[in-house]
Structure formats: structure tokens, C-alpha cells
Design a protein around this ligand. Structure first.
Ligand code: PEP
Ligand code: MG
Length: 842
């Protein structure tokens, strides 16, 4: 076997390279490091004697390849050759390849028994691979496309039958260096010419470098073509390797063996069932062609007036700053909700934003051409994105989409335009990095079969809004979704989080029958939706809707909502450049009330901060280590009186037309409620003074902070109603982030510790004679409803599509049995035990 010597100035560096190579080849290749020098005070350097000793150590008769880091390493290696006996030196090659890539490529080739010249060639090609991946291919000699990329002589002559294996790459990171090395190693024993094709490009599957140039990603379809005596066995070995995720550990997302494996001939790998893809976000089943949503990036109008260059530059800087803050907030939120790795896309976007050439070019255009900031920014991004698009490598071309994403963000902040939302021209499964509330507001539910997002958790905006619109959704699908192209068929089950990419016909049929069953159940529940929810022994539980925009109200009404239990007004403020003014807000609140004629409508005042930062409002969260424990909800409103007063005025004015209830979020103690009521009085007095019509409002609070439960008796004296927000209450009671999957068993609202808080709140409400509602996600969980009824809640408020089934469940409840169920649940030790109790039907 060919031996390898690594010559480095630092022994540590050499050791690291050695470890990496050994990991790739399971230590099968003789490899020695000649690193550093024998001087404890100045250990950095190279020593020809060490190089010579290393060569002798790995020499087994098949030759030795020497790779060096830089400078004197080269001289030391040459000197070592002079010191060696000529017959040994004749068997040594010095290799100019870049150290790390060169050693990896050489080690893999050596491990499969390649000869010294092949090992040398493979190592030398390593720099070209990196250059190509960076979109800067090195000039090549000889045939275009490179000798390695052409079909081998065996294939060119093609006298033999060719066998194919087409499969979808199951491992999330695709054919990166280690899977590539495993492919080459797996092919080692077989006499066969094996090529690997991705799209139009085909390379030798026996070269780690060539495989790397294809930049194959997880979820992509590739084809191996083999000819020669062992072609069938070679493909079988590859199929086995693919079935084992190409040797990579199964992904956290569970995206093992993706479906859609298309096998040609008898050599194909078997199709696997579903790929479990992400976080279940909105129940229902969908299947259809994928349509990607990228934020719109359109040229600004040509007649835009420019200020002075100084003014335009200042505007650009302000927009860049705001974009940085938005991205930092998104990064933080996504890291908390979906994990650090998923958040990295926003780090990358920030880097693009900070790229000196892009911002610099835009400034230069403003200075030299006196362009408005919008025009300069658009031109620079458009040009840069176009040059990315021209690059040969798919990986680099995808950076164009990221650049446009960043470009669109800054442009939106410059123009103040709201995001335009996804545009679909046929029923599709919508795919997006993430969807903001205003994207969701622009959705046409008739065209959106389902939603898959790369980021986000079950309580992210996209998830909450998808539930309220009845659209099946899986969020936080990460790289699994990233690699799916427009038009590919995708199936999803929003109740389980499963995603199928290009499902095979049999799998497709079973997804379709799942969808039919889901739709039938929905129709059946809708049939009785407008009847009240009264238990078998005559207690009515009011079932209300949670909405994020007035537009959600009509559908909720159709689903049987008896009012709105929670209008999350912060959604009116998100994803835009400036807050809605008093009139816009008044119109929105009045529209929600008008859509629920004669029914109660609870409007919650701004609940921002925490996971819902609004950069233009002065992002407290940006400077907070623990935004969920910081200035959010009522704390934010009391800190921003101006903003709060505008909202309160809008609410009072909307109440002139329809009665409204006002609810304050995140109240922890009576002082906050008193302060908020004082401001409400102030707003009323101002409207009186201005002679503007307004109406009376009832004032209630969300109970979602443990302190509010502890002081519920005091708060009940000042509030007209309570509504329990279990999403936050659970995270604060259990000290477990509501968006962190790792502590999901703790932040589960069914935990007896949380249920006891619900019990205590209901008791305080009953004692004071005020109604107690629940508007957290738990209220819409059909399984939990008997328990909630047993705990004595007067009202349950949930996303519209959950209402028909919830009412059905209430109608099947018997108060005495539900109360017993609640008592048993309160005595259990954890949420899992409560879930078991509910699953057993009490
Ligand atoms: C809750 O915390 O349960 C709640 C309804 O509020 P949000 O989810 O908007 O924080
Ligand atoms: Mg809350």
C-alpha cells in the first residue's frame, strides 16, 4: 500500500490532518507526520531528518507520497530525499496539493490499493475541486470538462451492458468528503467502471475529488452507471451504502432514506417509506407540486426622487442597520425554536449584508450617479446575484437566492412596503425558509395545499396562522426542505411532521387516501359546527376563535366560533417598516368585531418582545440575554406609552360601533393592570376632549405568568375576565423554553404543575364571579378538552379549524366524569402520565 507523509511546521496541525485521514480510512493507510522541530521553546518549523524518518516508517514497497504545508516544509522534504538511499528516494513523490484536501484524497486512494501515480494524481486534483466549489475553476489543460469528467475509456467504447442505480441521497449533508470517501472505498474491490451523474454532469465515482465537485446535497437524486465484470455487484454495494445513509449518522430530523428512490433495472435500491421531516405544525394531509416562496425583489420605480448623496447614504445605512437587527432577531428566535444549525442561514445573510463590496458599491453609486438608495441597492444586488447565477456549481448558484433574500429585506426597509407574500398560480405545497405573518395574510388558501418551512417551531407565526387557516403544515424541516426544487411532488402530514419528497406511486396513493380521510373527518365535524357545545348534563362551554387578522374571522365563524377569544394584534405590527397608525388599527379592530355580529370579541393589546421582536419599535429584545424574561407584553406597552395610547384610542374608537373586550398580555401583578387601566382612562379622556366617538370596553387579562396565578385573587378584583395563556404559562412554570424541542416534555401544558395553575386560576375566577377562559394552544387539543372541561373552564378559544371537533368533544362530556378525570390528572407526576391517562380515555 502507498504510504503518506505529512510535513508540517506544527506537530499539532500534522496530527489533526492525520486524525482526519484516519477517520476516513479507518486507519488502514500507513501515514506518518513529520511536524515541528526538536526545540521546546520554538517548536514551529520543519526538520529534514524527521521527514526522512517518517518516509522510512511508512514505506511498504509501493512508494510514499509526501505532502507539505508551506515554505521550508518543501525544502525539508527535498533535503530528506537527498538523505535517503536512492532506491527508496526513487519510490517517493513530493506532492504540491493543498495539504488537508490532498492528504484526504491521497489516503482514500491509497486505502483502496491504488498505485503511487494514481494516488499522486488524485491528491493533485484536490485544489481544482475546492476552486470549482468556490466558483473559480482553475484553468485546465487538455479536454474541456477535464479528463476525469469524461466517460472512462470502458464507457466510451461501451461495448458492455451498462447498469444503473438511481437513488435519492438520504443523508442530510449530501455527498460531502466522508460519504464520498466511503463510495470510493466501497467500489475498491470491484472490477467495474462506475460513473456518478447528478443532472447533466457525470464524474468518476472512484474519485473523492470528482464526487466533491458535483456538490451533491441531501435529498437530491443521483445515478450511478456501471460497466464491467463486477458492475452489478458494485451497484449492489452502493445501494447498501446508500441504505446506511452513506455511513453518516441518522439525522436529528430523521431524514433517513428518503422516498422516491427510482431503481432502474434489477440493480435498484428498494424504495423506503416516509422521510420524517419536521415539526408537526398544523394538522392535515397535503400532496402536490412544490412552489418555493422567495421574498419579492422587484426593481424600484425609475422615477424615484433622490435626496442628496448624504441623505441617500444615511437612508441606506439606516436600512442596513434595521436589516441587521431583523436578521439577528430571526437568528436568535430560530436558534431557540429550531436549533443553532437551522439558524445559521441568518448568520450567512448577515455576512452578505456586511460584505464590504456590496454596501460599498451601493454607496459609490449613490455618490457618483446620485441615485436614490433604493435604485443603487437594487442595481448592486441584482448584478451580484446575476454573477452568482452564472457560476457552474449549483451550490454557488444557490447563493444568488440568498443574496436576493437579503436584498429584498433591505429594499423593503428602504421603501416601507409590506412583504407581498407568496404568489401561486396553481394548487401547490408552499415551501419557504420561513413565512412571516404578512406572508401568511397574503396566502390564498384555495391554492395552498400545504406548507413546509425550513425554520420555525410549533408556536412560530407560520404554524399558528396555518392552524387558524386550516392549512396542513410542517415547520422546521431544515435542509430536508432546502434541497427540493420547484415542481417536485411533495407530500406532508401536519399531524405527524412527515414529509415525502417525490413519493413513489404506492406511497403517493397512501398519502392521497390519508388526505381523503382527513377531509372527510373535517366535513363531518363541520356539519354540527353551529350548534352550541353543551355537555350531556347541560353545562355550556363557550368555544371561541383565536385570530391574527380580521380576515380570519369569517372562516372562524363558519367553523362555529361563538366569538373571538383572542385577537393577537401584534400580527398587525410585524413584518412592516412602521407601526399601523390609529386609523388603520381602528379599522382592523372594527372589522374583526363586524365579522362577529353580536358576538364577544376579545382584542389583546400588543404582545411583542420575546419571540416577536419588532425592530422599528426599538428592539428591546436585541439587547436582552433572555428576551422571554425581558420587556415583552404589557411591560413593553407600559414602556412605550405613545404606542400603547395609540392602540388604546383605536380600540375605544372601534368599540363605538361594536362592543369590544380588551385584554392585557403578560400581566404579572396588579400594579401593571392598574397602570394599563390608567392609560386606558387617559385615552378615553383624550377622545372625549377631541369629541371623537368611542365605546365602553370590558378589561381582562391573560394569565400566563406564574405570579399572576399566585395573585389571581387580587387581580380578579380588577379584571372583568381571565384568559389563561398556556403557551407561556407552561414555559414559565416549568422554566422550559416553549420553542425548544429539547425541553418539550417539560414545557408541555399538560404537565400537572401547569394544570394545577389552571385549577387555581379557575378557583380565583369563580370566587370573584368572573369568567375564566383558556386561549393557549392546549384549548384546541381535542384530547385535552374533557380534562379542561373538568377543570371548570368557561370558555375555550382556539384556531378556527379546531372548533368543530372541539365542540363535538364537549358535547360528549359528562361534568362529573370530567371532574374525576381532572382530579386524577392533577395527581400525576408528569405530562407523559397525563397524556397516557387521556389516551386511555380517563
Ligand atoms: C399563550 O401564551 O398561551 C398565548 C395565547 O399567547 P401567545 O401564544 O400569543 O404568546
Ligand atoms: Mg402568551
Amino acid at each position: 500500500m502507498v504510504g503518506i507523509v505529512v510535513v508540517t511546521h506544527s506537530a499539532m496541525l500534522g496530527q489533526g490532518v492525520k486524525e482526519l485521514a484516519e477517520q476516513m480510512t479507518q486507519g488502514r493507510v500507513p501515514l506518518a507526520v513529520a511536524g515541528g522541530i526538536e526545540d521546546p521553546d520554538h517548536p514551529i518549523g520543519t526538520d529534514p531528518v524527521r521527514v526522512m524518518a517518517a518516509i522510512e516508517e511508512v514505506q511498504q514497497g509501493d512508494g510514499v507520497l509526501v505532502l507539505m504545508d508551506l515554505g521550508s516544509a518543501l525544502m525539508s522534504a527535498e533535503t530528506a530525499l537527498d538523505l535517503l538511499p536512492p532506491e527508496v528516494a526513487a519510490q517517493v513523490r513530493l506532492c504540491p496539493a493543498p495539504l488537508v484536501e490532498g492528504v484526504m484524497a491521497a489516503a482514500v486512494q491509497a486505502a483502496i490499493g491504488a498505485d503511487l501515480d494514481t494516488v499522486l494524481r488524485e491528491a493533485q486534483a484536490a485544489l481544482a475541486v475546492k476552486a470549482e466549489l468556490l466558483g473559480m475553476p482553475l484553468p485546465r489543460e487538455g479536454a474541456p470538462g477535464g479528463a476525469d469528467e469524461m466517460a472512462s475509456p470502458a464507457a466510451a467504447a461501451a461495448p458492455e451492458a451498462s447498469h444503473e442505480l438511481t437513488l435519492m441521497v438520504p443523508n442530510r449533508l449530501g455527498l460531502h468528503a466522508r460519504p464520498a470517501a466511503r463510495i470510493v472505498t466501497a467500489l475498491g474491490p470491484f472490477v467495474a467502471d462506475v460513473q456518478l451523474a447528478r443532472g447533466e454532469r457525470m464524474v468518476s465515482a472512484r474519485s473523492v475529488n470528482r464526487i466533491a465537485t458535483l456538490a451533491v446535497r441531501g435529498g437530491e437524486t443521483i445515478t450511478f452507471r456501471a460497466t464491467g465484470a463486477d458492475a452489478v455487484q458494485a451497484l449492489k454495494a452502493l445501494a447498501d451504502l446508500a441504505a446506511e445513509n452513506f455511513g453518516d449518522a441518522p439525522d436529528a430530523s430523521g431524514s433517513s432514506a428518503a422516498t422516491g428512490t427510482a431503481a432502474h433495472g434489477k440493480d435498484g435500491a428498494a424504495a423506503a417509506p416516509a422521510a420524517k421531516g419536521g415539526v408537526p405544525a398544523s394538522p392535515g394531509v397535503a400532496v402536490g407540486p412544490v412552489a418555493w416562496h422567495h421574498p419579492a425583489f422587484d426593481a424600484p420605480p425609475p422615477d424615484l426622487a433622490a435626496g442628496t448623496p448624504a441623505e441617500e447614504t444615511a437612508r441606506l445605512e439606516a436600512a442596513l442597520d434595521a436589516a441587521r437587527r431583523e436578521l439577528a432577531a430571526l437568528e436568535r428566535r430560530t436558534a431557540a425554536v429550531a436549533g443553532k444549525q437551522e439558524a445559521e442561514i441568518f448568520v450567512m445573510h448577515r455576512l452578505l449584508l456586511d460584505d464590504a463590496t456590496i454596501a460599498g458599491d451601493a454607496r459609490q453609486r449613490i455618490a457618483e450617479r446620485r441615485e436614490p438608495a433604493e435604485a443603487a441597492w437594487y442595481a448592486v444586488i441584482d448584478e451580484a446575484a446575476e454573477s452568482f447565477r452564472q457560476l457552474p456549481e449549483g451550490y454557488m448558484r444557490e447563493r444568488a437566492a440568498d443574496l436576493v433574500d437579503v436584498g429584498a429585506r433591505v429594499l423593503r426597509l428602504l421603501t416601507g412596503a409590506p412583504p407581498s407574500g407568496p404568489r401561486l398560480d396553481r394548487p401547490s405545497v408552499l415551501l419557504a425558509t420561513d413565512l412571516g405573518p404578512s406572508d401568511m395574510a397574503h396566502l390564498d388558501p384555495a391554492l395552498v395545499l400545504g406548507i413546509v418551512t425550513m425554520q420555525g417551531g410549533a408556536t412560530s407565526h407560520a404554524a399558528i396562522l396555518a392552524r387558524s387557516m386550516g392549512i396542513p403544515a410542517v415547520v422546521g424541516a431544515g435542509a430536508l426542505a432546502a434541497n427540493v426544487a420547484d415542481g417536485i411532488t411533495v407530500g406532508l402530514d401536519g399531524a405527524t411532521g412527515e414529509i415525502w419528497i417525490s413519493p413513489a406511486p404506492g406511497v403517493l396513493a397512501s398519502i392521497e387516501s390519508r388526505r381523503a380521510a382527513w377531509q372527510a373527518a373535517r366535513q363531518a365535524a363541520l356539519a354540527g359546527a353551529d350548534r352550541p357545545a353543551v355537555t350531556t348534563d347541560g353545562r355550556q362551554v363557550h368555544v371561541h376563535a383565536n385570530i391574527g387578522a380580521p380576515a380570519d374571522a369569517p372562516a372562524a365563524l363558519q367553523s362555529g366560533a361563538e366569538g373571538v377569544g383572542l385577537f393577537r394584534t401584534e400580527f398587525l405590527f410585524l413584518d412592516r417598516a412602521a407601526a399601523p397608525d390609529e386609523e388603520e388599527q381602528r379599522a382592523a379592530y372594527a372589522a374583526a368585531a363586524a365579522a362577529m355580529p353580536g358576538l364577544p370579541v376579545v382584542v389583546r393589546t400588543l404582545d411583542i418582545g420575546g419571540d416577536k421582536p419588532v425592530p422599528y419599535l426599538g428592539d428591546f429584545a436585541a439587547g436582552e440575554d433572555n428576551p422571554f424574561l425581558g420587556v415583552r407584553g404589557i411591560r413593553f406597552c407600559l414602556a412605550r406609552r405613545d404606542l400603547f395610547l395609540t392602540q388604546l384610542r383605536a380600540l375605544l374608537r372601534a368599540a363605538a360601533e361594536h362592543p369590544l373586550r380588551v385584554m392585557f398580555p403578560m400581566v404579572a401583578h396588579p400594579g401593571e393592570l392598574a397602570a394599563a387601566k390608567t392609560l386606558l382612562d387617559e385615552a378615553r379622556a383624550a377622545l372625549n376632549a377631541e369629541g371623537l366617538p368611542h365605546g365602553p370596553v370590558e378589561v381582562g387579562i391573560m394569565v400566563e405568568v406564574p405570579a399572576a396565578v399566585a395573585l389571581a385573587d387580587q387581580l380578579a378584583r380588577e379584571a372583568a375576565f381571565f384568559s389563561i395563556g398556556t403557551n407561556d404559562l407552561a414555559q414559565y412554570v416549568m422554566a422550559a423554553d416553549r420553542g425548544n424541542a429539547a425541553v418539550a416534555d417539560l414545557s408541555d401544558a399538560l404537565h400537572p404543575a401547569v394544570l394545577r395553575m389552571v385549577r387555581d386560576t379557575v378557583a380565583a375566577g369563580n370566587a370573584a364571579g368572573i369568567p375564566v377562559a383558556m386561549c393557549g394552544e392546549l384549548a384546541g387539543s381535542a384530547e385535552a378538552i374533557p380534562l379542561l372541561v373538568g377543570l371548570g373552564l368557561d370558555e375555550l378559544s382556539m384556531n378556527g379549524p379546531a372548533i368543530p371537533r372541539a365542540k363535538d368533544v364537549v358535547r360528549g362530556c359528562d361534568m362529573a366524569a370530567c371532574a374525576r378525570l381532572a382530579e386524577r390528572a392533577l395527581d400525576l407526576p408528569d405530562a407523559a402520565a397525563v397524556r397516557r391517562l387521556l389516551a386511555e380515555g380517563g
